[in-house]
Design a protein around this ligand. Structure first.
Ligand code: GLA
Length: 396
């Protein structure tokens, strides 16, 4: 695995790019996330259970004396230049700058006023397009950095909403709120149980004893826009409509308990739509069970729920594929592993496994071997700890 960038070097690297002095540069960090459980239900009014992890993207910022906006990234060559008075809109050739411009366009739409331009240098230790939310880390990290630099004081929940709106309006991805929410609000040593219907949330201590979450990256790149993400979302809307037309009084699929679903599922006549809806209802129940299990210190039960979640995402929601199935199903069989599943949107990206700390080396070796044999190239692995949401970073 490539060595991680040491963010304490960022002010010096900033000065190499833009000149001036290091003490004029402000640095912010923005984490990746894992979703422990609750997949594809944030846009169905469900509960999700993500945690921010200790892999970060860093954003260094400094105001300018003119109205220019300049972006550089240490890992992506090329400089992007705009003017703060531009009417920001999506453009393919703007690459990663689109994520940043999407945030600026949202801020301007909400009436935030910029009295000058600014320059940015970023660097990320989060694998890109890898399923642990590199893009939300970018959106929320940038939004927080700009908000703090210009004294906008935008709240964490509003930072999350800005990020989500920018995905919807600018990037054309109809994502839920989970990723941006956990990246904005995460706290070390906790996971967050978020009710995506009301946006009520609670921090749950992430006490894993001798166990760790291992992130397993398929190294199969994918973008939400070209995946089947929007299609799944519209299938859920169709299933909901059939239930509502049949007289069920709900506004989101996850309002149904498993029992209510079993009593009304006959209204969803299309078999495929019924499978999608079944996943949502049962996944929502698994989240509640998972939170209760963690609170009770029952990690074995949590592990089983991870396995059940993966099976449902494979068979009913159909968002896994050979890469994620090989990782999760091989992981589930390993000594010292309590459970494993895909995490995030699926179709590639990452899985997670709950593994005893003394077994991580043999776990990685065995899962890697099986993965390479089945898929033809290697996966990547790292064990993580929980991390903090978007923050000011001290380089001292
Ligand atoms: C992506 C989206 C989230 C969520 C997950 C699936 O990560 O950004 O909003 O829908 O997929 O749970």
């Amino acid at each position: 695995m490539a060595a991680l960038y040491d963010p304490r070097s960022l002010p010096a690297d900033f000065v190499k790019v833009y000149g001036g002095t290091e003490d004029s540069v402000q640095v912010f960090s923005s984490p990746a996330r894992i979703n422990i459980i609750g997949e594809h239900i944030d846009y169905n009014g469900g509960k999700v259970f993500p945690a921010a992890i200790n892999r970060y993207l860093y954003v260094a910022v400094r105001k300018r004396g003119d109205t220019k906006v300049v972006y550089n990234d240490l890992k992506f060559p090329g400089e992007y230049k705009f003017d703060i008075n531009d009417d920001f809109s999506y453009s393919k050739e703007n690459g990663y700058a689109n994520y940043l411009n999407g945030i600026l366009s949202q801020m301007k739409e909400r009436g935030f006023h910029f009295d000058c331009g600014f320059e940015v240098l970023m660097v990320s230790n989060v694998p890109s397009a890898g399923g642990i939310s590199s893009s939300s880390a970018l959106e929320c990290g940038f939004a927080y950095a700009v908000s703090e630099t210009f004294g906008f004081g935008i709240s964490r929940v509003e930072i999350a909403k800005l990020g989500q709106m920018s995905e919807h309006r600018f990037m054309n991805v109809n994502c839920g709120i989970m990723d941006q929410f956990i990246i904005a609000t995460g706290k070390k040593n906790t996971a967050v149980v978020l009710d995506c219907d009301t946006l009520n949330y609670e921090y749950v201590p992430l006490e894993l004893g001798d166990f760790r979450f291992v992130v397993m990256n398929t190294n199969k790149q994918r973008r939400l826009a070209d995946s089947k993400y929007n299609e799944r979302r519209s299938q859920c809307e169709q299933a909901l409509k059939q239930l509502q037309d049949g007289g069920v009084k709900i506004s989101a699929l996850c309002e149904l308990s498993p029992e209510q679903w079993e009593n009304s599922k006959g209204l969803v006549t299309d078999e495929l739509l019924a499978k999608r809806a079944a996943h949502c209802v049962y996944e929502n129940q698994r989240v509640k069970d998972a939170v209760a299990s963690l609170r009770a210190g029952n990690l074995e039960r949590l592990g089983q729920l991870l396995n059940e979640s993966h099976a449902s995402l494979k068979n009913d929601y159909e968002v896994t594929g050979i890469e994620l199935d090989t990782l999760a199903e091989t992981a589930q069989k390993q000594d010292g592993c309590l459970g494993a599943r895909m995490t995030g949107a699926g179709f590639g990206g990452c899985g997670i496994a709950l593994v005893h700390k003394d077994k991580i080396d043999s776990f990685v070796e065995n899962v890697q071997r099986a993965y390479k044999a089945a898929v033809g190239y290697e996966a990547s692995f790292f064990d993580c700890e929980s991390g903090d949401g978007v923050s000011r970073f001290s380089c001292k």
